[in-house]
Design a protein around this ligand. Sequence first.
Ligand code: DAK
Length: 257
Amino acid sequence: MAIDYQKEGRIAIFTINRPEALNAMNVQAARELHQAMVDFRDDPELWVGIITGAGERAFCVGADIKDMLPFLKEHLQNRPWAMPDTPMRGLELWKPLIAAINGLALGGGLEIALACDLRIASEKARLGTPEVMLGLIPGWGGTQRLPRMIPQCKAAELLLMGKPIDAQEAYRIGLVNIVVPPEAVMPTAREWAETICQAGPLAVRAAKEAMLRGSGLTLEEGLRLENALEAYLMGTEDFAEGTSAFIEKRKPNFKGK
Ligand code: DAK
């Protein structure tokens, strides 16, 4: 399997498992990631996802240049075709995703991390978009997400020059949430996922949806979206449970209903 997909309680763990190719995404890996992500999205028992890479060197070095890029060229140019839904585009995934960036995150690999909500980087990680060196631009959202996420001049530096930056620089410009020693990447990701699992899962998803969909709206439209999501949450059992638990001075037992 090119993607190792594990369920640990409420947490789904996706490991890109091609260490011999620094976890480059070939066609098989992309198909398997799509299938695993759809399962995660639709399984009510799963509340948070973590994506990481196998081995010590790489999170993911992008699309497989020998296998995926020829496939994309053939399909994009010669027939009507749509990429299978992924977190990068089309999946409508409101459950939170954490990127556990254990090493190199280049090209499409950085784009996978950008499609996550939280990014935990190893001290040894390097991040960049080298596509221009291949005569391409990022194709899984990099040109759109980077300048929305970090200052435009830093996005331009990455996108136009194609040179990777180290983890500390990524942290300094707000590209990753935290930098930790290599051995602490997955434990930190699990700890953050567990923290999110303490909260009401429907509220967490509504917060993500409000944040992401709202970023494309005017403030007025965004406030209306927030209000609609709040009205929906106030009708849920989780809201009743959360408020009762507070008043009764106990931990809430959220069910995602
Ligand atoms: N694809 C395939 N194999 C790769 C690879 C990649 N991207 N990157 C590395 N490998 C393989 C190498 O070929 C090598 O395999 P063997 O030769 O041993 O069989 C093995 O991984 C180890 O790599 P190196 O020997 O090169 O190791 P080094 O330490 O010397 O260098 C490196 C590591 C990461 C600096 C170097 O491998 C490198 O520059 N890799 C290329 C990184 C890159 O350019 N990434 C961007 C790929 S393009 C789209 C959607 C998405 C995309 C495009 C369109 N549409 C929807 C239209 C995305 C595009 C990309 O991501």
